[in-house]
Ligand binder design. Structure first.
Ligand SMILES: [Zn+2]
Length: 72
């Protein structure tokens, strides 16, 4: 009696393309090369933004450090 509960819907397992929302097979996240390009472009931009934030953060910490510990 260890059968899983009946599925709520009859739709087979699938996901939706994270770019355009079209249904894709469970192992896929994107429906086409076009969406892959969009996705990778977005990832790249996101990574650059995160890097920029990190640099800003380090610069801020660094200047704070100098502000507090530099002899007057
Ligand atoms: Zn798509």
């Amino acid at each position: 009696m260890s059968q899983p509960k009946e599925r709520r819907t009859r739709i087979p397992d699938h996901r939706h393309c994270i770019i355009c929302g079209r249904p894709v097979p469970p192992k896929e996240e994107l429906c086409s090369d076009e969406c892959r390009n969009v996705y990778e472009g977005r990832l790249k931009r996101e990574r650059r933004t995160r890097l920029l934030l990190l640099i800003l953060y380090i610069a801020l910490l660094g200047s704070l450090f100098f502000f507090f510990f530099l002899p007057r």
